[in-house]
Design a protein around this ligand. Structure first.
Ligand code: KG4
Ligand code: ZN
Length: 373
């Protein structure tokens, strides 16, 4: 394994990071897609260490994640990533109280690697094992720490219930989060996820993988009204999404113009595409806030999570929406939006606190909706 690719996440901006012995210490492992990651997090919301080994360079030349290559890369990386996480936290495996790992949903070859590693560690050391749903990792990490309005990162005070926009490479859902393991689906995509739409549009433009951050960057210099992208389902009273129409429109627009595209064209194209995605999210969330299921519960916080939560325009639009509706807006720090071990460790701790411990061998699941916890 190439150690240059290991990312040591520094959470130095956190308000305090001192582990006390009374707090529960969790090792969290994530391996469901193209990041092999491990983190040591405690129940006082301290991130003692956080290692992310990103495989993105390995998949870039194929324009997307190749599951077999990902699984192999996880096997090669997992031991070093876990050892490094322990070393950086200045802990040994004996100091750990709980072991947690993603048990799905995701690319099953990768999930198996992380899950088997966690199972082996837990069995060999006689520690409790937590099977974390990857989506629950995204959904709960805003309760670990959040970016404040002034940009600083602080331990989070987000309380249940909250309204969550969960947008990642594989999912796009609006959920009412009632508690750990308690998710009510308010709306979801009928086809592609938001992240997939970003990745596909970037691919059509020849911009590389993953597309989200690249399109986000170009969009900042473009005219959002240059191309008239559709806003699918925005005339419907429900809270569902559809991105395939936006993707088809992108293909149709590009079919009329010859590559190579000018910088100005790419900027305008990305800005117009992003404006359509943002409008859909705002429109669908507005409906969610009017939905009787949401109104009855009256969540005080509007939360965005998942890889797409890194998007500056989406964060800004949702923050504005929260203000308008007298809600608090919460988003995870940028490096806890995309896949990471800290969110799995935190979800592990939250599940451990309610006694949700694995007591018999379980099989990891490639599909595992949050509504089936
Ligand atoms: O949550 P995640 O790391 O993996 C899954 O669980 O799927 O999300 C990855 C997705 C990719 O589709 C990527 O393009 C997207 O998040 N993404 C973004 C941005 N950064 C990452 N999408 C839009 N804007 C961004 N800045
Ligand atoms: Zn994810």
């Amino acid at each position: 394994m190439n150690n240059d690719k290991i990312l040591h996440i520094d959470m130095g901006a956190m308000d305090s990071n001192v582990h006390s012995d009374h707090a529960t210490l969790c090792l969290g492992i994530e391996s469901s897609c193209d990041e092999t990651s491990a983190a040591i997090v405690d129940s006082d919301r301290n991130i003692l260490s956080h290692i992310i080994y990103s495989q993105i360079p390995e998949h870039q030349k194929y324009g997307g994640v190749v599951p077999e290559l990902a699984a192999r890369a996880h096997i090669l990386a997992i031991e070093d990533v876990v050892s490094q996480a322990l070393k950086n936290a200045n802990k040994t495996i004996n100091d750990i109280d709980v072991v947690a790992a993603t048990a799905g949903p995701g690319l099953i070859g990768g999930v198996l690697v992380g899950w088997m590693a966690a199972t082996g560690i837990a069995q060999a050391t006689n520690k409790p094992l937590i099977a974390v749903n990857h989506l629950e990792g995204h959904a709960l990490v805003p309760r670990l720490c959040a970016t404040l309005a002034d940009g600083t990162i602080a331990k989070s005070g987000v309380e249940f219930p909250y309204l969550l926009m969960l947008a990642s490479g594989g999912h796009c859902q609006i959920l009412l989060v009632h508690g750990v393991g308690q998710y009510e689906m308010i709306g979801q995509t009928l086809d592609d996820s938001a992240g997939e739409a970003y990745d596909k549009v970037a691919k059509m433009l020849g911009l590389g993988y993953p597309g989200g951050p690249i399109v986000d960057k170009y969009a900042q210099n473009g005219n959002p009204r240059a191309f008239d992208f559709p806003r699918p389902l925005c005339d419907k009273p429900n809270c569902d999404f559809s991105f395939s129409g936006i993707k088809t429109a992108a293909r149709t627009f590009l079919g009329r113009v010859d590559a190579p595209y000018s910088d100005e064209f790419i900027n305008d194209f990305c800005a117009s595409f992003q404006a359509a995605v943002v409008d859909c999210i705002v429109n669908r969330l507005s409906n969610a806030l009017r939905d009787s299921r949401v109104r009855d519960v009256a969540p005080k916080t509007l939360v965005v999570a998942g890889g797409v939560a890194k998007n500056s325009a989406i964060r800004a639009a949702m923050e504005k929406m929260a203000q308008k509706n007298k809600m608090v807006f919460a988003a995870p720090p940028m490096n806890l939006c995309t896949d990471n071990g800290a969110m799995i460790a935190w979800a592990g701790l939250e599940n451990f606190a309610i006694g949700n411990i694995v007591d018999a061998p379980i099989a990891p699941r490639p599909r595992w909706p949050l509504t089936e916890l």
